[in-house]
Design a protein around this ligand. Structure first.
Ligand SMILES: O=C(O)CCC(=O)C1=CC=C[C@@H](O)[C@@H]1C(=O)O
Ligand SMILES: [Mg+2]
Length: 323
């Protein structure tokens, strides 16, 4: 006997979380619970505004279609909507056991501008020290100074930077000029410095700063390949698709000698703990980019270890469909 439950959630965000052009006040999405033979599988489906192509309404309609098929014992195909494919593959992965339990709860701490906050966190970080700093929001000279300051103060620190395609070549070069040459190889990578892939490749060639593809991974013409200056691909499963598709991309990256970094699309604690399990399984040597829970005011159903945020129980959620 198969059973399904579909819930809707809306969790308040911390003030001031900006995604591209809009403030994100709440994180909205769906939780699905599949039951079969006394086993349960959970999944989170939460398209990210400004990043996902699909809306939550479209994701809900596609999810309901899939759930109807599944509960009636029919074959349910992988959804073309990435957030739906990801959440349903997690639920199926728990049900059938292909998503292992063991998780990698390390996370590269995220710095949105104030380096002082990062010092305390990094001081307490055991093992490899890697942090992620957003760049391109302020003047390139300020970004360069922050990078120098952090790398100078913490000698075993490596940085991941993310410009979200915000720079022209000239701006990107301006940034590189301010980073002291001896620190450049401690920049593990800079995600998508320029507006186009070709400009980003040129930037890396001329500055010696390694780059990573993030937005590009989701574009139709993207292929995983070894290229000079490219160190990594960033995989955000909610934006990419099913666990199987992410697994394939990660295998391709590893075969090409690239690092693959599993990263958050600001999922709730439920989705984030599943990403931590994917990371332990598929990218065990790489610290995942999962430091986004503190952008929210509460957790959902499953807590992230050590988080002090309250946990909202499933009973508090609106039921969309149950069978
Ligand atoms: O990659 C990480 O370490 C954390 C996630 C992260 O930086 C992002 C998640 C979602 C949207 C963006 O704001 C941002 C990114 O562009 O990578
Ligand atoms: Mg990015």
């Amino acid at each position: 006997m198969r059973k399904v439950e579909l819930y809707r959630f809306s969790l308040p965000m911390e003030a001031g979380v900006i995604l591209r052009n809009q403030r994100l006040k709440t994180r909205d999405g769906l939780l699905v619970c599949l039951t079969e033979n006394g086993k349960q599988g959970w999944g989170e489906i939460s398209p990210l505004p400004e990043f996902s192509e699909e809306t939550l309404e479209e994701a809900e309609a596609a999810t309901l279609g899939w759930l109807h098929s599944w509960v009636n014992g029919e074959q349910a195909f992988e959804s073309a909507l990435p957030s739906v494919a990801f959440g349903l593959s997690c639920a199926m992965g728990e049900l059938s056991g292909f998503l292992p339990q063991k998780a990698d709860y390390r996370k590269a701490p995220l710095c949105n501008g104030d380096p002082d906050e990062l010092f305390a966190v990094l001081g307490a970080m055991p093992g490899e020290k890697v942090a992620k700093v957003k760049v391109g929001l302020y003047e390139a000279v300020r970004d360069g100074m922050i990078v120098n300051l952090l790398l100078e103060a913490i000698p075993d620190l490596k940085l991941r930077l993310d410009a979200n395609r915000s720079w022209t070549r000239a701006k990107a070069d301006g940034f590189a000029k301010y980073v002291q040459p001896q620190f450049r190889d401690r920049i593990q990578f800079l995600e998508e410095p320029c507006k186009t892939r070709d400009e980003s490749r040129d930037f890396s060639r001329e500055t010696g700063i390694a780059i990573a593809w993030d937005e590009s991974v989701r574009e139709a013409d993207f292929e995983v390949e070894a290229e000079p200056g490219v160190a990594a691909i960033v995989i955000k499963p909610t934006l990419v698709g099913s666990i199987q598709r992410c697994h394939m991309l990660i295998d391709q990256a590893h075969k090409a000698g690239l690092m693959a970094v599993i990263s958050s699309s600001i999922e709730t604690s439920l989705g984030l703990t599943q990403l931590a399990r994917m990371a332990a399984w598929l990218t065990p040597d790489t610290i995942p980019g999962l430091d986004t829970l503190s952008l929210m005011q509460s957790q959902l159903v499953r807590p992230w270890p050590d988080s002090e945020l309250p946990v909202l129980d499933v009973d508090a959620l609106e039921v969309v469909w149950r069978r």
